[in-house]
Write a protein that binds this ligand. Structure first.
Ligand code: FAD
Ligand code: FES
Length: 281
């Protein structure tokens, strides 16, 4: 069992941060890696990226957006309660080295995933610019921590309630137009955001890494659920990724595959909201 030591609600309660006791995972985890979590013994397997780790304290931090039944069930757990299983660290760590100038672009809950990578890039001696966005000011997460993790932070909101009024791609374009050398861009967020970021950076010929979030089940490369097409080749995001060269990703296919169980997910959430979790009944 994995105890929740600290629970915090962010973004008006739509995003939840959990600090969880998981010493073995905390010791091994590297930026970019994820875990698969089950709330209880009949629970669904949910992949979540580690937003932070503390090997000394033996804790990992998971930040998740409440979007369906399992994340709603996760949110119902209180401090002192525990998750049944946490499996990890899974996936390939981010390739961190001294590249030069690195721009880290994050949207929505993707900022949580981007945080350890941004921190790692700065610690490796890169000049790190972070550009983060949300639909509106109240939905923006981890602004302070991203400011600490980077050398320069720019904030955007779609509705102009805070920072730049518009998409993260618009601020990124300002940097690309300056023509100062940019060695690498890391973009993490909703698939449309990653897709449009890659479309933009392709025109400037700047290497762009994205972190993909297809549906996953086992997380070990056995079930084939998380397959994505990269450079015309089938790859498994759980073992080959989750990070890939964004200029080679087939985003249309990813969007289509993510929608495969929309109706079932909707029904499951509706049943949960009406009568709670039925798994153990
Ligand atoms: C590797 C990986 C791991 C993940 N791990 C987690 C996790 O640990 N926890 C979790 O909850 N989720 C995780 N996700 C899911 C993902 O982060 C969320 O689905 C996503 O952030 C949803 O955010 P949102 O609904 O707030 O998006 P929205 O509110 O729709 O948009 C957020 C931002 O994206 C920008 N944007 C949207 N569309 C465009 C566009 N067309 N062009 C430019 N910018 C655009 C907006 O301007 C806005 O700033 C993970 C995703 C990835 C890629
Ligand atoms: S989740 Fe099963 S192969 Fe990746």
């Amino acid at each position: 069992m994995f105890e929740i030591l600290k629970k915090e609600e962010l973004a008006q309660g739509t995003v939840v941060s959990n600090v969880i006791q998981a010493p073995m995972i905390a010791r091994k985890a590297k930026p970019g890696q994820f875990v698969i979590i089950r709330v209880n013994e009949t629970g669904e397997r949910i992949p979540l990226t580690m937003a932070d780790t503390d090997p000394q304290a033996g804790t990992i931090t998971l930040i998740y957006q409440v979007v369906g039944k399992s994340t709603a069930l996760m949110k119902s757990l209180k401090e002192g309660e525990a998750y049944q299983d946490i499996c990890g660290p899974l996936g390939q760590p981010t390739h961190i080295e001294k590249w030069g100038t690195v721009i880290c672009v994050g949207g929505g809950t993707g900022v949580a995933v981007l945080h350890p990578i941004t921190k790692g890039m700065k610690e490796a001696g890169n000049q790190v610019v972070a550009i983060i966005g949300a639909r509106t000011k109240d939905l923006l997460i981890l602004e302070d921590r991203m400011a600490q993790a980077s050398n320069e932070l720019r904030v955007c909101t779609d509705d102009g309630s805070y920072g730049h009024h518009g998409f993260v791609t618009e601020v990124l374009k300002e940097y690309l137009d300056k023509k100062d050398p940019i060695a690498l861009i890391v973009a993490i967020g909703p698939v449309p955001m990653m897709k449009f970021t890659c479309k933009l950076t392709q025109g400037y010929g700047v290497k762009t890494m994205v972190s993909l979030n297809p549906i996953m089940v086992d997380g070990t490369g056995m079930c084939g659920c998380c397959r994505v097409t990269v450079d015309g080749i089938t790859r498994f995001a759980c073992v080959d990724g989750p990070e890939f060269d964004g200029h080679l990703v087939n985003f249309e296919e990813l969007i289509q595959r993510q929608r495969a169980y929309l109706e079932q997910e909707k029904q499951s959430l509706e049943r949960f909201q009406k009568s709670g979790c039925q798994c153990n009944k």
